[in-house]
Design a protein around this ligand. Sequence first.
Ligand code: ADP
Length: 484
Amino acid sequence: MTVRPMNIDPDKCLIGGAWIAPTGGQTLPLTNPSDGSRLCQIARGQGADIDAAVAAAEAALNGPWGQATAAERGRILAKIGRAVQDHADELARLEAMDVGKPLKQARADVMALARYMEFYGGAADKVHGATIPYLDGYTVYTLREPHGVTGHIIPWNYPMQIIGRSVGAALAMGNACVLKPAEEACLTALAFARIAQQAGLPDGALNVVPGLGAEAGAALASHTGVHHISFTGSVGVGKLIQQQAGANVVPVTLELGGKSPQVVFDDADIDAALPFLVNAGIQNAGQTCSASSRILVQRGVYDQVVAAMADRYGALRAGPALEDHDLGPLVSARQKEIVSAFLAQGAGLHCVAQGQVTAEAPQTGAYVQPTLFADVPPDHVLAQDEIFGPVQVLIPFDDEAEAIRIANSTPFGLVASCWSANGARQMRMARALRAGQVFLNNYGAGGGVELPFGGSGLSGHGREKGFEALYGFSTVKTVAAFHG
Ligand code: ADP
């Protein structure tokens, strides 16, 4: 099946408000991972297309978009949010086909995108500078200004949510954006930009150039006309992007995934914890930066948690995205190879349960069985590396000190949770866990739009979401006036 959905031209770039064929005239195939079929061809943007997109963004800053007041920007974003909701069904189907995400999860992503627009629309005119007491005869104040042209390089796992959090915040602060979606999934990025344009976003304020990472992505990250780069993706590419942007002394925000632990103590409400323990591992087939792939359980309740999670795993079903099972396929055959190689490394481990791929799921789809391992040594590769698939490991511990040691024993630090009825322990754990977000008696993969999100160590640096993102997508100018 080929798609030409929602008034978009998937084999073109959207630059300055117009559909433009990539200068090299080349396209790339886009695959439906539920059955391996060809969805359509997408543009293979190159350096010249990035040049054109950066020029269009610069022109927007010098035009009506650059002159819009904060309140006007906010109103446009709010309108975009409503327009996204009006197109919820089409966007969800598009994402389900492109990413392989079960329809219900794709729909939740649409709602998150709309909510980001609502949040950042409301926040656009609420970011203030300060007045600063200084020497006699001076008035000093600060201005919050946009960086200018912002580059957004995003992955395939949550295109709509990541567009919402980065492009939404950047536009709220008055930047003009160049977006390079992933080559595996870029249809909702194009559809969103079209919706935004129709909702009143001036031409050039948001430009989309699909293409390969090493071509369009590298051209954007190293462009001298770009003033800020936000990147979500793998650690290896994050390091490259930081180097490329660093050559031009351009600031970067990096969100590079994790190996996020949930720590369950003997006094926890196990029934309340169980859905969070499992869902945080299998949501989006585990292809989530903030997936909880390590479950640390105190020995007093360890057997109980292992048995209850094994029950849930046994009931899990993976199947075509549009059929809306617990899990869809992985995004691609390549991702299936990567996850299968990790599963092979678990051969000597205690595999306590696996879910099933439905009998009707096409053999040509990129399906893997969700898999739960128990008694995994904390230094095992499956307990240390980000797998990006539906695989969770259970690790027992004796006391709080050991839990903290194990939880903090990976090079990542994105999200963590603590399940315990003991308030003092919750406070100690919240401080001790190395993570940008800590959840106490709950777990939110990435959390709501209001909650600052980002990591430390190999999880990256900088914060997106909430008001923190507005500070990240702007800079401070200090004005010192001497008036005597
Ligand atoms: P994953 O391994 O999850 O596919 P990547 O980090 O490879 O994630 O990709 C995330 C985004 O980074 C995608 O849009 C991809 O095209 C882009 N990308 C990949 N390689 C590069 C690169 N060398 N320079 C800039 N962007 C890149």
